[in-house]
Design a protein around this ligand. Structure first.
Ligand code: SAH
Ligand code: SF4
Ligand code: F3S
Length: 463
């Protein structure tokens, strides 16, 4: 399923559609990690374009290659290192003027170490240093040395920078509403790479949503590591959703990601009251056992989480849930793992992002606990989790057959340009024949078939 929630470790090979190269120096930007990084790359593109750079989707045409990186798991970093190796070889062998920059979470985590480990990197910039990129590129060009800015900020939200939405489908856009995370889950590197939590001024968010609507967009996904702890002045997250919903009533509003401990009754009521706030919540549980959750320092128990889901289903009938789950966290026993499977059977998520625990340096778990579940056991448990989720997703989708959904058309289906794809309010991807429908349109579609990942349908009428 293609989804708006963290597309972790996916390369978004800078699909520059409308912003072809125009300036002197051409920049190729490649994005790894979560949607925050995709959104940040749009900020980077904007900053660089203003400074006179052009953008290119072809790395071979680029004078500057920037990798916006992710540090969430070891294998995410390894992918970046392999890619860096490729560009380094090019620079060494045939393109010594090529500038290579590492941005984002890996830059922040490794700081100067990155320069020792990865020779030939010219620029290292952390997530709060993107305004400084033109200066860093100039500096490294002038001095022939690497230029580094890994300063984290307590204020930076890039609120005044209009993102260049170079990879967008023109229908659905990301709007970043907060940065950083104060939660300090035991396994997670994000608080170290993204710094303290800070929220963006509400007016600038509402204005951006309005402007997107005027540009033809019909869906926004509000982004942050923990969006439901958003607060700017007196404006809370439910207040913000309400304001956006009223200002652009024909715009679908989603958000990602939310933390169970901050999912209030008030927020659930906004889902119920605002028709354009989607009936879908990505609510990462991470584990089904309360003791593991405590070791993870998540701030809730499995019972609390179950009660939250029950309350949400009561307030918002038909609400769809997806989640994140980690297999093989420190000290996880077979019985604890079974608790995760039991919780999944009970809650019946529509989708789950599932991961093997990967120890990250400096985190609480790395400092205080032992990564003692053998790799093969982690793998086996992860496979069980994935297989269970696939069967639940399939059964959930089968129950959709015969129902009619309002689908927002996003574009051609991946397999055929005679078919379109779009998502339901509940975030399920639907494929149907094109007829005369176009992206950005809302279409009523009757579901006629499914796989575990996708619904198939026939249009009933446009709206
Ligand atoms: N802020 C979001 C999560 C961002 S990271 C939230 O709290 O919901 C996305 C997911 O990656 C996490 O939910 C978690 O499931 C996974 N993850 C984070 N650190 C990890 C690690 N060290 N090993 C494996 N998975 C991890
Ligand atoms: Fe990481 Fe936890 Fe913050 Fe999510 S809430 S980014 S998992 S520390
Ligand atoms: Fe990765 Fe950083 Fe996002 S570590 S998941 S790119 S916040």
């Amino acid at each position: 399923m293609q989804s708006t929630i963290p597309v972790l470790e996916d390369i978004d090979a800078a699909r520059v559609t409308r912003q072809e190269a125009s300036g002197h120096q051409r920049v190729y930007l490649e994005t790894y990690g979560c949607q925050m990084n995709v959104s940040d790359s749009e900020i980077v593109a904007s900053v660089l374009q203003k400074a006179g750079y052009g953008l290119t989707r072809d790395p071979e045409q680029a004078d500057v290659v920037l990798l916006n990186t992710c540090a969430i798991r070891e294998n995410a970093e390894q992918r970046v290192r392999r890619r860096l190796g490729h560009f380094r070889a090019r620079k060494r062998k045939r393109d010594r003027h090529l500038k290579i920059g590492v941005l984002g979470c890996m830059a922040e985590r490794l700081r100067y170490k990155l320069l020792e480990q990865e020779r030939l990197v010219d620029v290292v910039a952390g997530p709060d240093a993107y305004r400084d990129l033109p200066r860093l590129l100039d500096e490294s060009a002038e001095t022939g040395q690497s230029a580094v800015n890994i300063q984290l900020s307590r204020e930076e939200t890039y609120a005044d920078i209009a993102p260049v939405r170079y990879g967008s489908n023109g229908v659905s856009a990301f709007v970043s509403i907060m940065r950083g995370c104060d939660n300090m889950c035991a396994f997670c590197v994000v608080p170290f790479t993204r710094g303290r939590e800070r929220s963006r001024e509400a007016d600038t968010i509402v204005d951006e949503c309005q402007a997107l609507f005027e540009d033809g967009y019909r869906e926004v996904t509000l982004l942050g590591q923990n969006v439901n702890s958003y607060r700017h002045g007196t404006c809370s997250f439910p207040d913000l959703l309400n304001r956006i919903s009223l200002t652009v009533p024909a715009m679908r509003v989603r958000y990602s990601t939310s933390h169970p401990k901050d999912c209030s009754r008030e927020l659930l009521e906004v889902h119920r009251e605002c028709p354009n706030v989607c009936n879908y919540i990505h609510l990462p549980v991470q584990h089904g056992n309360s003791e593991v959750l405590e070791r993870m320092r998540r701030g809730y128990t499995a019972e609390h989480y179950r009660a939250l889901i029950a309350r949400a289903r009561e307030i918002c009938p038909g609400v769809s849930f997806s989640t994140d789950i980690i297999a093989g966290f420190c000290g996880e026993t077979e019985a604890e793992h079974q608790d995760t499977l039991d919780l999944m059977r009970e809650i019946r998520y529509d989708y789950a992002f599932t991961f093997m625990y990967s120890e990250r340096p400096d985190t609480y778990a790395a400092r205080k606990m032992r990564d003692d579940v053998p790799e093969a056991v982690k793998k086996h448990r992860l496979t069980e989790i994935i297989e269970l989720q696939n069967s639940i997703s399939l059964e959930n989708n089968q129950q959709e057959i015969g129902r009619i959904h309002t689908v927002l058309v996003e574009g051609n289906s991946r397999r055929s340009d005679r078919q379109l794809c779009g998502r339901t309010d509940t975030n399920k991807m639907v494929i149907f024949d094109r007829h005369h429908y176009v992206p950005g349109q809302y279409v009523r579609v009757r579901v006629t078939g499914c796989t575990s990942a996708t619904l198939l349908g026939v249009p009933v009428q446009a709206i």
